[in-house]
Design a protein around this ligand. Sequence first.
Ligand code: ADP
Ligand code: MG
Length: 256
Amino acid sequence: MAKIFCVANQKGGVGKTTTTVNLAAGLAKIGQRVLLVDLDPQGNATMGSGVDKRSLALSVYDVLIGAASVRDAAVLAGPCGYHVLGANRELAGAEVELVELERRDQRLKEALAVVDADYDFVLVDCPPSLSLLTLNGLCAAHGVVVPMQCEYFALEGLADLVNTIKQVHANLNPDLQIIGLLRVMFDPRMTLQQQVSDQLNSHFGDKVFATIIPRNVRLAEAPSYGLPGVVFDPAARGSKAFIEFAQEMVARVQSM
Ligand code: ADP
Ligand code: MG
């Protein structure tokens, strides 16, 4: 049975896509069967996995509107070792089209049910909004991974996300929980980051992942080669942290 996780945070540029592709690659490296679902019309996770969003025969858009199955639309991201259900600009239109459809917030969940036995992990890269697309991700998921930078305003944004997750949990998806907060782009030399990190620990306790992802330029360079950092430069500090994070995720899932 596949465990489905959304990587979500309504802020842009906080490291959602970097987390999704590197966690996918890290999990694949340690022998897990992984499907990455790109729910962002920008298609960054698709491109960052080496799949050209402009030449997708079928995308997550076709799956959401019921025109294709996940099995037909997912492609293997060769060097990365996982499958990708890709996205491109077509997905921006889905928002409007979905409103007209029945069970509009359950489309992804129902589509993923078909491949439940094919994967150990399904990772959903969400857009930077609490839109109907993100809602499809949250309704499909068992848990949410929240990447965050340890900055002052990060805590404020977190309150909104926690509320949304509580509402989805109460009304739409009783399985949903926050699996954990992941500290990303971390720079230990900055006192403020250390303080916010300490606050997170005292506030959220074991909901904060033990692994910390450092700020590491190799992770930022990797997408221009169409690869996750974990594949592009496995020896980089950031890549090693993501492998460690993959191991932590496997352990969390076993205790779920
Ligand atoms: P989001 O998907 O939340 O918009 P991204 O994953 O695209 O965020 O990250 C935003 C930017 O920060 C990208 O340019 C990415 O390469 C860079 N970045 C993300 N994580 C790291 C990191 N740990 N170290 C250095 N740069 C990073
Ligand atoms: Mg992104």
